[in-house]
Design a protein around this ligand. Structure first.
Ligand SMILES: Cc1ncc(COP(=O)(O)O)c(C=O)c1O
Length: 381
């Protein structure tokens, strides 16, 4: 199988990740924080080490500000539902995934928050000036994805962070498509909350993710109880990370995530980015040969995460995905991609799109086979 769906979850995982998870299962998966015996302590130590590695990678000053979650969606829900108060105004963009838009719309229905969706052009590019113009007296949060999961287009975190900082607004970044792909430094970029998956470009397993919360921000927890400590109290602990981590953490998954982060640190994010961009360039160049193919997203490679979505005139993307899977053993994502406004902006609401997304383990030969498959499919039409 040629796996070109790394933007959904990376696959395969590095052997180090699998080994770390096996070791955890075999040797020490006691309950972290629920006991003082050796296996509980070992589990807690590994989770703490993973927190520290995440802090190091993203310029986070205190490891306890890293909250482990199951995925980006949980992180975004904790950030959005935990932060916003009735009457607050939020600025966001048309590029957002449903993981941002739905909690925002829920908060609008339930607590009358106001939302401004800043538009993007047909390539998925946004003018930061449009964010600045949307500012109101009650604006409390800017939430934006670092890169679109449909168009791959990247936004400039530096300038938006600077603007948010100047106006005392919380800047929440959805790094689902960029954590492990591009450098992110929450301090330098003035990001107050960062939501990220463990299972995409940090090469951890599914069921892992995290939310960074700046020490000055107090969130309402999403869940209560199950924190292990302070058993006599009826109140949720004030200390982090316990305040936001109710219930047993995914020790096995986090052990894998730690190994995934160590893997990308060893390889170097810049080297991984070079490799992924080279493959992305090849895909873009190959698909660009055909008049029937419309490619979504920016023309400039440096403005893209390693994601290429495209539409073949006269062929439904779901059908294309089926043919690639069944006859060529190639996995791509098809249809609508949980981001209706980004589809609208790029003119693909009716057609959907096929999305090819590469990762560290993909090769030039695999891309050649993918492009050959596309040429054959076009010949048959
Ligand atoms: C931009 C973006 N945000 C949020 C999500 C949700 O991520 P998760 O599956 O980790 O909840 C995705 C998933 O692909 C995404 O691409």
């Amino acid at each position: 199988m040629i796996y070109l769906d790394n933007a959904a979850s990376s696959f395969p995982k590095p052997p180090e990740v699998i080994n770390a998870m096996m070791e955890c299962m075999k040797e020490y998966a006691g309950n972290p924080g629920r006991g003082s015996h050796a296996l509980a302590n070992q589990a807690a130590r590994v989770i703490f080490q993973a927190r520290q590695e995440i802090a190091k990678l993203f310029g986070i000053a205190h490891a306890e500000d890293v909250i482990f979650t199951q995925n980006t969606t949980e992180s975004l829900n904790l950030a959005i539902q935990g932060f916003l108060k009735p009457g607050d105004h939020v600025i966001t963009t048309m590029l957002e995934h449903n993981s941002v838009r739905r909690p925002l719309e829920y908060m609008k229905r339930k607590y009358q928050i106001e939302i401004t969706y800043v538009s993007v052009d047909s390539k998925g590019l946004m003018n930061p000036q449009d964010i600045y113009s949307a500012l109101k007296g009650n604006t409390k949060m800017i939430v934006a994805s670092h890169a679109s999961n449909l168009t791959g287009s990247i936004i400039d975190l530096h300038s938006i962070g600077e603007f948010a900082g100047k106006h005392g607004i919380c800047f929440l970044v959805d790094a689902a498509q960029t954590a492990g792909v591009l450098d992110i430094d929450v301090h330098e970029m003035n990001i107050q909350m960062l939501a990220a998956p463990g299972h995409k470009s940090l090469y951890g397993p599914q069921g892992t993710g995290f939310l960074y919360v700046h020490p000055s921000i107090e969130l309402e927890p999403l869940m209560y109880g199950g924190t292990g400590g302070n058993s006599e109290s009826i109140d949720q602990p004030k200390v982090r990370p316990d305040r936001y981590e109710s219930g047993t953490r995914n020790t096995v998954g986090i052990a894998g995530l730690l190994a995934g982060i160590q893997f990308i640190q060893k390889k170097g994010i810049a080297n991984i980015r070079d490799h992924e961009l080279q493959l992305t360039r090849k895909i873009l160049h190959g698909l660009n040969q055909y008049e029937r193919i419309k490619i979504l997203g920016p023309d400039q490679l440096s403005l893209r995460a390693p994601v290429v979505s495209f539409v073949i005139d006269g062929l439904d993307s779901t059908e294309l995905g089926f043919i690639l899977d069944k006859y060529y053993q190639i996995a791509v994502r098809t249809g609508l991609h949980c981001t209706p406004l980004a589809h609208k902006a790029s003119g693909s609401s009716d057609t959907g799109a096929a999305r090819v997304s590469v990762g560290f383990f993909n090769t030039e030969e695999e891309i050649d086979i993918f492009l050959y498959a596309i040429s054959e499919i076009l010949k048959e039409m």
